[in-house]
Design a protein around this ligand. Structure first.
Ligand SMILES: *Cc1c(COP(=O)(O)O)cnc(C)c1O
Length: 430
């Protein structure tokens, strides 16, 4: 496969943009290749500047549940654009999208829209602190909650890939209120509560997708809820990735644990920049202008972005069963690849939640970030490069989750499995 135009484009980009990218994980650093420059997407496919086509299992890192250029979403955006790009005043589109979100989530009475997942989480944390009058927060090693200062501590994926668990430029004073616990380990949570009686909230990805796909145990989440309740601490489910991907009604509907606050992003914007955070009214009412906790955004609730999100979520609401269909494909894909790998003596751990899939080159089960780091990164890099060459675009880090869009067919899944077998064979000289 010829990628010379991408290579030249990357060289020029690097002279103007740090690392040639506007978000680090795009740079292919951990797999040692050159990022592919994209010209367009259609359905399941991406096309690059050299004219190569790929089946896309990244889908913009999650947002594109219905694939590239979904006709309904595209038409809604074009229609919205014709009325003006931004007003900085209320529009009906915000209320319409809010109605959908409130309907999907039992835990949410009110929601506020922002422009990214980072903003949603940052604002949710401030709201939790304002509501409880407490300063400390608990997060889990390997969970990623965006790049705001207090949350950039042992934060999985991009940060993990680059070995900067906590970043220079974040004063130690800003993270001293962030306590760390181990995923799926309730004793580590109890230790945080033994160390502090000032914990405003515990934030967790209930289905972690930023250390590879590592869902929390149901029992662990129930225990987490109980510990939070015992201390008057709020529980935040960060569903920026898993929201509308794992299931339509939130992780709460899968595990039977109701969070106090939910953060959303990715799918909720249908490909446009949208984030959101929601909770019961009592909590949301502390936000300005009703309450004293300040939060704002010039482009928040942008009408074009709202139109894209509304089209995507309406489509999902009308066909909620699609998540189960995508889950069957996700299972077929990862189990097919696992069987192919086994033929060449390669051990894989695989899992899926709805349209999310994950795999580790590891002989042992992965329950937390420490387990994830014992996976074979060298093998992953070879697999990634081989699959890219075959025309399959997988996330370029073993700490990322894969996504099936509705545009991916059963035939594509079978072809992907067959390609993976060729790659495993080549890697092992089998
Ligand atoms: C992607 C992600 C974020 C950050 O969202 P951005 O839109 O990239 O700022 C936060 N939390 C989780 C769980 C995510 O997957």
């Amino acid at each position: 496969m010829n990628t010379s135009v991408s290579q030249k484009a990357f060289e020029e980009a690097q002279s103007l943009i740090p690392g040639g990218v506007d978000s680090p994980v795009r740079a292919f650093k951990s797999v040692g290749g050159t990022p592919i420059f994209i010209t367009e997407g259609k359905g399941a496919y991406l096309k690059d500047v050299d004219g190569n086509e790929y089946v896309d299992y990244v889908q913009s890192w999650g947002p594109l549940l219905f694939g590239h250029r979904d006709e309904t979403i595209e038409a809604a955006v074009i229609e919205a654009v014709k009325h003006g790009l931004s007003f900085g005043a209320p529009t009906l589109s915000e209320t319409e999208l809010a109605k959908l979100v409130v309907n999907f989530f039992d835990s949410i009475d009110k929601v506020r829209f922002v422009s990214s997942g980072t903003e949603a989480v940052m604002s949710a944390i401030r709201m939790a602190r304002g509501f409880t009058g407490r300063d400390d927060i608990v997060k889990f090693t390997g969970c990623y909650h965006g790049h705001s200062d207090a949350l950039l501590v042992e934060a999985g994926s991009g940060a993990a890939t680059f070995g900067n668990p906590s970043s220079p430029g974040v004063p130690a004073d800003f993270t001293k209120h962030t306590l760390l616990a181990e995923y799926n380990n309730i004793e580590s949570v109890k230790k945080c509560f033994a160390d502090s009686d000032n914990i405003a909230c515990v934030i967790i990805e209930p289905i972690a997708g930023n250390m590879g796909l590592v869902p929390a145990d149901k029992e662990f989440l129930h225990e987490l809820r109980a510990v939070c309740d015992a201390h008057g601490t709020l529980l935040i489910f960060d569903e920026v990735m898993s929201g509308f991907r794992a299931t339509v009604n939130g992780a709460e509907s899968l595990v039977g644990v109701v969070p106090d606050i939910v953060t959303l992003g990715k799918v909720i914007g249908g490909g446009m920049p949208v984030g959101a955070f929601g909770a019961r009214a009592e909590i949301m009412n502390v936000l300005s202008p009703d309450g004293p906790v300040y939060q704002a955004g010039t482009l928040s609730g942008n009408p074009v972005a709202m139109a894209a999100g509304y089209a995507a979520l309406t489509k999902l609401k009308q066909n909620a069963r699609v998540i189960a269909v995508l889950n069957e494909r996700a299972n077929r894909l990862v189990n097919g690849m696992k069987d192919a790998a086994a033929k060449y003596g390669i051990a894989m751990q695989v899992d899926t939640r709805g349209s999310m899939f994950g795999f580790f080159f590891n002989e042992n089960e992965v329950k937390n970030f420490k387990d994830a780091t014992t996976s074979d990164a060298v093998l992953f890099a070879k697999f990634h490069a081989g699959m890219l060459d075959e025309g399959y675009y997988f996330a370029c880090s073993q700490y990322e989750t894969g996504f099936i869009s509705t545009a991916v067919t059963d035939v594509m899944i079978e072809d992907t499995i067959a390609a993976s077998e060729r790659i495993f064979k080549a890697i092992t000289n089998g």
